[in-house]
Design a protein around this ligand. Structure first.
Ligand SMILES: Nc1ncnc2c1ncn2[C@@H]1O[C@H](COP(=O)(O)OP(=O)(O)OP(=O)(O)O)[C@@H](O)[C@H]1O
Ligand SMILES: [Mg+2]
Length: 509
């Protein structure tokens, strides 16, 4: 096959960081190539040199046999390259259609050159339908969930009718059903001759759709796997450079008695539903569901985000939560889903990001000891294997996955009683995932009750002691360790019942 794209010897440095060390990459029409590697390996940077975001320091890009010079996003689009970025790139205050057509709004003929609104909405609708997304095209982006915003980004990329589509972690905030739909669309695009570069830490997706996997390690090519060679073990070995054994610590399924009890909790989004469940001391309760099932709202209500008046029983004592301050005072913490917006100050250095929630711990009288701060920051970063030149680097300069790790590091330096993780390993590489699972397990073992919201089926099934499943604001069931199968989770997630449910029904009040 003749390649549509060939990148040769791509070099990129950011100050002292040598991000790309002579990387080669090629792809043919109708091919789907997965680009994999640990956090900070250089995947996004390589693609940004193709998408016109960064100019490479050295190396060449050949498209359709001709050397090209891509120095801007417009250049990239002109060469048929369309890019869905790892970080959301949407404008909150514009509606869906305006986001999809931003900067290239169709105009009607005539003297006034008015924007052709009906056409914009019509074409946007077509793209949304293709993705199975049922939202009005005049909805403001701020009204959508992160998953829906991500789908709008993808619709925007599709509407460019590119010959080369880059998807950088497209599913990290999508749930099971949307991910399945996206993978179908990728297959359709492949069949119509589009070349697709697919970046993902969810190895199951890579295994499902990639024709080839190109592995980067520390900014250099580590090797390529053919379709037949793409397996979990091969991918991990090539990415990490060694075997990763004991990936999941098997959950015991042992359920302590209701240490943290949530009774008839009402959320703003689904005021007619009441949710009740309990988490044992030392238990990890997984929470699965489709997009819009209300999992994040549930987490936020428990954490007191929307000024409310929730009452729980924690360690046999009633606890009233009217605001997040109340929650924190009672040892209830939330690691939010939208970490870039709620979890991290991107212009602030790593050290301060980590120590900010408990600054008083690092101070004598009113003076903060930077030395003490640094010691803690260095330690947690080491634990989570954060790849950065040091803790005095701005968080915004880290790779996507390493930013996530910093947010987790911040909360792990506190001492919680109840910990809610909303998509804890989103965008995090395999090695660090196992670190995070170990940390969650040891938190549990030290007596914390953990609620883990996750859309990663593998993670839900392998990490949770029990799995609660939501559908449209309602808990449709709680599965015990023995009942946890992909099929049972999916059935409850779409609102059906499982055979097992009759057994568990007693646990769902
Ligand atoms: N704008 C920047 N300034 C400084 N360093 C940067 C910048 N962008 C990337 N880097 C560094 O380049 C390296 C590669 O980062 P990149 O974002 O390409 O990783 P990645 O493979 O996409 O990782 P992830 O899986 O976490 O998204 C990292 O060490 C990162 O800190
Ligand atoms: Mg990246």
């Amino acid at each position: 096959m003749t390649p549509v794209l060939e990148m040769r010897g791509i070099e990129k440095r950011f100050g002292g960081v040598h991000a790309l060390k002579g990387v080669d990459f090629s792809i043919a029409a109708g091919e789907c190539v997965a680009l994999v590697g640990e956090n900070g390996a250089g995947k996004s940077t390589l693609m940004k040199t193709l998408g016109g975001v960064h100019t490479p320091d050295a190396g060449g890009i050949v498209i359709d046999g001709a050397q090209v010079n891509i120095t801007s996003v417009a250049d990239a689009i002109r060469h048929g390259v369309s890019f869905v970025h790892q970080e959301l790139n949407v404008l909150d205050n514009l509606n869906v259609a305006a986001n999809v057509f931003l900067g290239r709004e169709p105009v009607r003929g005539g003297f006034l050159r008015l924007i052709d609104e009906p056409r914009m909405h019509r074409e946007t609708r077509t793209q949304l339908e293709r993705l199975g997304l049922d939202i009005p095209t005049d909805t403001l982006l701020s009204k959508l969930s992160i998953a829906q915003q991500q789908m709008v980004e993808i619709a925007k990329a599709l509407s460019l009718n590119a010959r080369l589509l880059i998807l950088d972690e497209p599913t990290s905030s999508l749930t099971l059903q949307e991910t399945a739909r996206l993978l179908e669309v990728v297959k359709e695009l492949k069949a119509s001759g589009v070349a697709i570069i697919y970046i993902s830490h969810r190895l199951n997706e890579v295994i499902e759709i990639a024709d080839r996997a190109v592995v980067l390690r520390d900014g250099a090519n580590a090797g390529t796997l053919t379709r037949a060679e793409i397996t979990h073990d091969n991918l991990i070995r090539m990415m990490v450079g060694r075997e990763l054994s004991n990936f999941y610590k098997s959950p015991t399924g042992a359920v302590g008695q209701g240490f943290f009890q949530v009774e008839r909790l009402q959320t703003h989004r689904y005021p007619n539903q009441r949710v009740s469940f309990s988490i044992g001391k030392g238990e990890i309760l997984g929470l699965a569901g489709l997009v819009g099932a209300g999992r994040t709202e549930l987490a936020e209500t428990i954490f007191g985000v929307d000024e409310g008046n929730a009452v729980f029983v924690l360690d046999d004592k009633p606890v009233r939560v009217r605001s997040s301050k109340d929650a924190i005072a009672n040892g209830i913490y939330l690691v939010p889903e939208d970490r870039r917006r709620c979890g991290l100050l991107i212009d602030v250095v790593i050290r301060e990001n980590i120590t900010l929630p408990a600054l008083e711990r690092y101070s004598n009288s009113n003076l903060v000891s930077v030395k003490r701060e640094r010691a803690v920051a260095v330690e947690v970063c080491k634990k989570l294997n954060v790849k950065a030149p040091g803790v005095e680097v701005k968080a915004g300069n880290l790779s996507g996955g390493n930013q996530q790790k910093v947010v987790l590091a911040k909360w792990l330096s506190l001492s919680p009683k109840v910990m809610i993780f909303d998509e804890p390993t989103r965008g995090i590489d395999v090695g660090a995932k196992s670190e995070i699972y170990d940390l969650m397990r040891s938190l549990a073992e030290s007596g914390v009750a953990i609620l883990m919201i996750s859309s990663d089926m593998e993670e839900v099934l392998n990490v949770s002691d029990r799995v609660a499943v939501m559908h449209e604001g309602r808990l449709t069931g709680i599965l015990t360790r023995d009942e946890c199968t992909e099929e049972n989770v999916m059935r409850l997630a779409v609102g059906q019942t499982t055979d097992a449910q009759t057994v568990s029904q007693q646990t769902v009040v």
